[in-house]
Design a protein around this ligand. Structure first.
Ligand code: SF4
Length: 123
């Protein structure tokens, strides 16, 4: 497979092949690129971003992301967990939303601070 390395701005064009001695990466200018190529060929991972529902009508959703990359074949399960939430405000950017989401070893964290819900005064 041919891919572009995204580890640094050089954007080396990598070729990843299976060989008798394992997965072989060519086109990389450094070891990090080789690691990236092998990762992409064997278990590609991505940081997941999404929005979670809140219980506030003023701020109906809050953006979240995983604290690290997640295997691509588990992304749907992570999103399902996030979309099943109903968050009570306030929340603070960087705080944990779901610990070890779907046993991936990474957490879901808030990427925005939202204020507490204002109680409407009764007239
Ligand atoms: S192979 Fe190395 S130098 Fe090339 S883009 Fe990847 S990290 Fe950068």
């Amino acid at each position: 497979m041919n891919i572009v390395c995204i580890v640094c701005p050089n954007g080396c064009r990598l070729t990843v092949r299976k060989a008798a001695r394992g997965t072989v990466v060519t086109g990389n200018q450094c070891a990090r690129g080789a690691g990236y190529g092998i990762q992409e060929a064997t278990d590609p991972k991505r940081v997941v971003t999404a929005v979670a529902r809140t219980s506030s009508s003023d701020w109906p959703c809050v953006p979240v992301k995983t604290s690290g990359p997640v295997s691509r074949d588990r992304i749907k399960r992570v999103l399902k967990a996030v979309y099943g939430l109903r968050i009570d405000l306030p929340v603070t950017r960087g705080d944990m939303c779901i610990k070890n989401v779907e046993k991936t070893g990474v957490s879901v964290v808030f990427t925005r601070t939202l204020p507490p819900v204002e109680r409407k005064r009764e007239e």
